[in-house]
Ligand binder design. Structure first.
Ligand code: AMP
Length: 396
C-alpha cells in the first residue's frame, strides 16, 4: 500500500474520490464547506509535487440521471476559493467528455467530474462503470471517509483496477489513525462515553467496545432503559421497554469482562420536554410520575469527570442530555470540559458521531480534543467492528 505522505506525484494523474456532498441553499451556494476544506491538503499534496488532480464525488440523492440541482458545477467556485487553484469542470464523469478533459490535463491542474450518482451504476458498485472511471487517472486516492462503509463503484470497486497505485488521502488516513489509536493501541485506561437518545441504536457499538475498554460511561436518554431494567423508577423518561433484558445482558457481559460500567446516580428532571419546563435534581432511580430525566445531575457530572480525568484514552459518542436546550446542556458541557482537561494532561480523545460532534462545535472546543471525526455512519460502523469496504479496498 502506498502512502500519500511519501509519494511524489510528478507525471501522475491522481483520481481522487472526495466527499463533496455539501449542503446548498436555494441559490445553489454552498452553506457549509467543511467537507471541501477537509480535502484541500490531499489536493495540494498532489499538485505541489507535480501531479494533476481529477476529483470525483457524489452530491445529494439524484434518481439516477442528470438533475441540475445536484450538479457539482455549482460548487466549482467554492473549490477554487478553498484550494486557491483554478478548477476545470467535466459535465460527465465517464465517456468522451470526461476522457477528453482528463487526458488534456497538465501537471498542476485540477478537474472536477460531474456527480457520480447521475449513474445508478455508482451505488450498485458496477464493475464496468468503475473501470471507465479508472481509465481517467493512473493513481487512485480514496479520501472520502464518509462513504467508506459503502461498496460503491468509486469508493471500493474501482480499487481493483489499481492493484498497486492506490492510497488513502489525508482525511481517510486521519480518521483511520484516530480510530486505530483508540481501538487497537490505546493508552490505558481506555474509557468510552456513550450517550444519545436510544440504546437500540448503539447496541452494536457498545457490544464491540465492551471487549476493549476499561470503563464504559453511559449517559443521555439511554440511561433510563438501564435504570428501569434494574428496577428503578424512571417516570416518563425515555425508556425502550423492549431493550430492558438487553441492558441487563450488557451489564452482565461488562462484569464478566472486567469492564466498569458507570451509570448516572442523579438526574436533572423536567415536568415537560421543553427548555422552560420546571426542573429539579433527583436520584436517577427515583423519578416521580409525570417527570422525565433530561440531563445528568451534579453528582453524576462529578463521578464521570473523575473517571475521565484518570483516563489515558477517551472515546466519546453521544450527548449526556438534551444539550440542544440550554437548561439541559450542563451535563454534556461539563463532560466535554472534563475531556478537554484530560486531553491537556496528555490523554488521547476521539469525538465521533453526529450529536457529540455538534456539541463539541456548539461549545467551541473542537480544537481542544485530539480528533473530531467527520465520519458519521462510517465511523459508527468502524466502531461496531465492521470492515469498511472503502478501507479494505485500499489495503488489499
Ligand atoms: P443520538 O442521535 O442517538 O446520539 O441522540 C442524540 C439526541 O439524544 C440528542 O438530540 C439529545 O437531545 C437526545 N437526548 C439526550 N439525552 C436525552 C434524554 N435524557 N432524553 C431524551 N433525549 C435525550
Amino acid at each position: 500500500m502506498l502512502s500519500i505522505d511519501s509519494f511524489s506525484f510528478s507525471g501522475h494523474k491522481a483520481l481522487i474520490r472526495v466527499d463533496f456532498n455539501v449542503p446548498l441553499n436555494d441559490h445553489f451556494e454552498v452553506t457549509d464547506s467543511t467537507r471541501i476544506l477537509a480535502a484541500v491538503p490531499t489536493i495540494k499534496k498532489v499538485v505541489e509535487t507535480g501531479g494533476s488532480v481529477i476529483l470525483m464525488s457524489h452530491l445529494g440523492r439524484p434518481k439516477g440521471g442528470f438533475e441540475d440541482k445536484f450538479s457539482l458545477r455549482h460548487i466549482v467556485s467554492t473549490v477554487e476559493k478553498l484550494t486557491g487553484l483554478k478548477v476545470k469542470f467535466a459535465a460527465d464523469c465517464i465517456g468522451a467528455v470526461a476522457e477528453a478533459a482528463a487526458s488534456s490535463l497538465l501537471p498542476g491542474e485540477v478537474l472536477l467530474l460531474e456527480n457520480l450518482r447521475f449513474y445508478k451504476e455508482e451505488e450498485k458498485g458496477d464493475a464496468d462503470f468503475a473501470k471507465k472511471l479508472s481509465t481517467l487517472g493512473d493513481i487512485y486516492i480514496n479520501d472520502a471517509f464518509g462513504t467508506a462503509h459503502r461498496a460503491h463503484a468509486s469508493t471500493a470497486v474501482i480499487a481493483d483496477f489499481f492493484p498497486v497505485n492506490k492510497m488513502f488521502g489525508y482525511v481517510m488516513q486521519g480518521e483511520i489513525d484516530a480510530i486505530d489509536k483508540v481501538m487497537l493501541k490505546p493508552n490505558r485506561p481506555l474509557t468510552a462515553i456513550m450517550g444519545g437518545a436510544k440504546v437500540s441504536s448503539k447496541i452494536s457499538i457498545i457490544e464491540n467496545v465492551l471487549g476493549k475498554v476499561n470503563h464504559l460511561i453511559i449517559g443521555g436518554g439511554m440511561t433510563f432503559t438501564f435504570i428501569k431494567a434494574q428496577g428503578g423508577k424512571t417516570g416518563s423518561s425515555l425508556v425502550e421497554d423492549e431493550q430492558l433484558q438487553l441492558a441487563l445482558d450488557l451489564m452482565e457481559k461488562a462484569k464478566s469482562l472486567g469492564v466498569q460500567i458507570h451509570l448516572p446516580v442523579d438526574a436533572v428532571i423536567a415536568d415537560k420536554f421543553s427548555n422552560d419546563a420546571l426542573t429539579k435534581v433527583c436520584d436517577v432511580a427515583e423519578i416521580p410520575d409525570g417527570w422525565m430525566g433530561l440531563d445528568i445531575g451534579p453528582q453524576t457530572i462529578s463521578n464521570f469527570s473523575a473517571v475521565i480525568s484518570a483516563s489515558g484514552t477517551i472515546l466519546w459518542n453521544g450527548p449526556m442530555g438534551v444539550f440542544e436546550m440550554e437548561n439541559f446542556a450542563a451535563g454534556t458541557r461539563q463532560v466535554a470540559d472534563a475531556i478537554v482537561a484530560a486531553t491537556a494532561k496528555g490523554a488521547y480523545s476521539l469525538v465521533g458521531g453526529g450529536d457529540s460532534v455538534a456539541a463539541v462545535n456548539q461549545f467551541g472546543i473542537a480544537d481542544k480534543v485530539s480528533y473530531v471525526s467527520t465520519g458519521g455512519g462510517a465511523l459508527l460502523e468502524y466502531m461496531e467492528g465492521a470492515v469498511l469496504p472503502g478501507v479494505a479496498a485500499i489495503r488489499s
